[in-house]
Design a binder for this molecule. Structure first.
Ligand code: SF4
Ligand code: SF4
Length: 493
């Protein structure tokens, strides 16, 4: 190490080049957050319990869909290309519903960020939820912050090894449960659970659980706040989205400084409200000190608000030295004006635009869901050859027509042909002599039935469009159309 300047940078020697720093990045410090009680901590416990309960319990919920469909409430059935979510069943060609939900999730994140800053990071992000869980396991085994410090620095005695092994075993169990729950969303949970533990599940199930167990253990158990600070792109995106109207966790330096008694003695100003106890930094799960100003490492979990409020109560000062505030409002408060109530801060123009967009997409999806037909047709025309000339001069085209019944019961359906004068059709399972303009079939529940169909038109028919209409003939009814091409010799010759 050479000489350092006051900022800790290597000093440039006269006439020479600045020496390279000895390391490309600072060594990360282990974070041992202290336990704290308060209203935001209780909110975090509640949301953490809710998120974990939703994740672990959902695959076990049942939803009766009749005898022809699975009864798992939420199921991503890749083998049969279906997505079930309670009463909703999404087919592959309806993927726009899933795309719409993903767009809503994205806009929802923007909406939350615009209204309440990085609340997603602080309360509901899986990395936050699992890190919080692992930190609580640390407290169960090692005690609170100071005890964890002492144990981390203590030599590796038999007692420390035993305690570490016990704790890491619980880490592993939680990670395994996390990876194990994930695969239950992709197959019948009860059957897969049984097959998994009797060695009969598919290899992909074991490898998926192994990968997810390892990543949960690594990211939640050991990397923790480093994922938020160094690996996740979302804090950078959110930082770009925050403006002077966004709610962030703020230390009110105009009220807190000069901090501590000794700082006040050196200053000509009276002592501020901050007693420099360091509790706000001690409880921070990412190990930062919010008194240094807004930082990318702040996930706005608000635990430092709980910590500082408890100190303010003990010292007889008003709470809110650290609080949610916008930069705009902080400036007003600094000048002695009263702060704007939080509820008013949430509803600004950008939030309302996001809310309008989010609601419009949601309403459109609900409308599409409520009015969608539970039958569908798709047609693929033979391209080689595009047509066949029969010995009597008539023209024949061939099509693969897929009849789709999206109900959980068999449905009678009729396929009608129109648009080409004199044209008739027959299916591969019929005699040509029985050619007609409408075919009837009963399509099994939740099935797509492909049927090869030949359409023949009289001699002299020219190239034009033809229409297939598929109609359900049960009381529920419904009808869908498909316009296909009918090829013929040029000029009908
Ligand atoms: S500074 Fe406060 S709000 Fe930000 S992460 Fe730390 S404890 Fe949470
Ligand atoms: S908890 Fe409050 S009083 Fe204590 S150091 Fe932090 S800001 Fe100052």
């Amino acid at each position: 190490m050479g000489n350092l300047d006051p900022q800790g940078q290597p000093v440039m020697p006269k006439g020479g080049q600045r020496p390279l720093p000895s390391a490309l990045h600072a060594t990360s410090r282990a974070v041992f957050p202290r336990a704290i009680n308060g209203r935001f901590r209780r909110l975090k416990w509640g949301l953490m319990g809710l998120c974990l309960a939703i994740y672990y319990i959902t695959p076990w919920l049942r939803w009766h869909r009749g005898p022809f469909s699975p009864d798992q409430a939420v199921l991503i059935d890749l083998a049969h290309r279906r997505f079930y979510m309670f009463a909703i069943e999404i087919w592959p060609q309806e993927f726009y519903f899933v795309a719409g939900l993903l767009i809503m999730a994205g806009i929802g994140l923007f909406l939350v960020t615009s209204a309440v800053g990085r609340a997603w990071c602080g309360y509901a992000c899986p990395q936050t939820v699992w890190t919080d869980l692992f930190q609580q396991i640390d407290r169960w085994f090692d005690g609170d912050r100071n005890a964890q410090f002492r144990l981390a620095r203590a030599p590796w005695t038999a007692g420390k090894i035993a305690r570490r092994l016990a704790k890491w075993s619980v880490y592993l169990l939680v990670s395994f449960a996390t990876g194990g729950a994930w695969i239950l969303y992709f197959a019948d949970a009860r059957a897969l659970f049984h097959d998994f533990f009797t060695g009969q599940a598919a290899p992909i199930a074991y490898s998926t659980v192994a990968v997810l167990t390892a990543t949960t253990l690594w990211l939640g158990g050991f990397m923790r706040e480093q994922v938020c600070i160094y690996m996740c792109p979302w804090p950078r995106i959110q930082s770009a989205m925050l403006d002077e109207k966004s709610l962030i966790v703020t230390y009110k330096d105009w009220r807190g400084e000069p901090r501590g008694k000794s700082a006040a003695k050196l200053s000509d100003k009276p002592a501020g409200d901050c007693v420099d106890c360091g509790l706000c930094a001690a409880v921070c799960p990412t190990g930062i000190d919010i008194r240094e100003g807004p930082q990318i490492g702040c996930i706005t979990c608000a635990l430092c608000i709980d910590a500082c409020d408890s100190v303010m109560v003990k010292t007889g000062r008003p709470r809110g030295l650290i609080d949610y505030a916008t930069l705009e409002d902080s400036e007003k408060e600094r000048q002695g004006q009263p702060p704007t109530p939080h509820i008013k801060l949430i509803w600004h123009a950008r939030t309302l635009i996001y809310l309008g967009l989010w609601s419009a997409i949601g309403a459109a999806l609900l409308f599409a869901l409520g009015t969608r037909q539970h039958l569908a047709i798709s047609v693929a025309k033979d391209r080689n050859p595009p047509f066949m000339l029969m010995s009597d001069g008539s023209v024949r085209n061939a099509y693969l027509v897929k009849w789709r019944n999206m109900e959980d019961r068999p449905r009678p359906m009729v396929l009608r042909l129109s648009g080409v004068p004199g044209a008739t059709m027959w299916a591969e399972d019929m005699a040509k002599g029985d050619a007609t303009t409408q075919l009837a079939r009963t399509i099994p529940a939740d099935q797509t039935e492909p049927l090869r169909i030949y359409v023949v038109a009289p001699a002299g028919t020219s190239e034009q469009n033809l229409d297939f209409t598929l109609t359900a003939t049960d009381p529920e009814g419904g009808s869908v159309h498909y316009t296909a091409r009918f090829d013929a010799p040029e000029g009908g010759q």
